[in-house]
Design a protein around this ligand. Structure first.
Ligand SMILES: [Zn+2]
Ligand SMILES: [Zn+2]
Length: 278
């Protein structure tokens, strides 16, 4: 992918999308200087081989965690619907689901902000995710090349342990509706994030439509997160909280994104080759 393509990407159809650019920083979208893609001239390329091998290299447990995570969310949603049918109470569960959707975006923003700005690969519990996000900042396009199970398995695992017990214990349709939608949006937040890195032509209409309606974080809004000074637009579900969160300062200077280790990046050259496929 050339620099010319990158400029075309952000200076054509996506420019009409709304993005929150923090006040006081003097941004002009049309004139913003974007980081150039790496110089890939001279690399030996066999992207089709890499693409073919990628699914085979994905650990089976990733798909298992994603399947379990989806099951726990579906069970919560199904229980909410069944109990609502029996009790003829619909308004509260639907409203709770809407609140869950809105709060999931807030949660994604706060979590992403924390992961981006604190700790490192050695941090307990969160170290792997911190390193993964650093890798994403270095090579943003790779997220849209990864399979859903690769992007989602960590959050799916958390959803299983948090939502699973609620599925067994809770019989309140309102609470179940809230939990199902909120946990589902949190779990799929990374997939929405991945879609924000994809052009319309590479997405199915079922994804493009909600993104155009503002129900999923827009391509341009998330692109601003990857521009200097790299300290805004952290929410990755709908992005509705970005402006509010960006206007709140916590008195903590964002750190510069560091180089990810080879453990995360694997074959750096291979990642670059993926880019040429786009
Ligand atoms: Zn980030
Ligand atoms: Zn991103």
């Amino acid at each position: 992918m050339s620099i010319a393509f990158y400029h075309k990407l952000f200076h054509s159809s996506v420019l009409h999308e709304r993005a929150h650019v923090p006040r006081g920083r003097g941004y002009c979208l049309a004139a913003t200087t974007v980081k150039p893609w790496p110089d890939l001239t001279g690399l030996a390329i066999e992207p089709r081989l890499l693409t073919a091998l990628a699914p085979l290299m994905l650990p089976t447990c990733y798909r298992a965690w994603l399947a379990c995570g989806c099951t726990t969310v579906i069970v919560a949603l199904a229980k909410s619907v069944v109990v609502s049918c029996e009790s003829h109470v619909w308004a509260e569960p639907i409203l709770a689901g809407a609140v869950g959707y809105v709060l999931a975006d807030l949660g994604s923003g706060v979590y992403h902000w924390g992961i981006d700005n604190y700790g490192d690969a050695l941090t307990l519990v969160f170290g792997t995710q911190i390193e993964a996000f650093q890798g994403h900042h270095k090579w943003p396009w790779t997220i849209s090349r990864r399979q859903g199970a690769d992007n989602l398995h960590a959050l799916a695992c958390a959803v299983v342990f948090v939502v699973g017990p609620i599925d067994f214990i809770c019989k309140d349709p309102t609470m179940l509706g809230f939990v199902a939608v909120c946990s589902g949006c949190i779990m799929f937040g990374q997939q929405f994030h991945s879609r924000a890195h994809s052009t319309k032509s590479k997405l199915p209409p079922l994804v493009v439509a909600p993104r155009d309606l503002g129900l999923l974080v827009s391509r341009l809004q998330h692109a601003v997160h990857h521009w200097e000074p790299y300290n805004n637009n952290y929410s990755i579900v709908s992005g509705v909280w970005n402006e509010f969160l960006d206007d709140r300062k916590f008195g903590l200077r964002p750190r510069s994104w560091s180089e990810p280790s080879s453990k995360w990046t694997g074959d750096v050259e291979g990642e670059d080759l993926y880019q040429l496929e786009a």
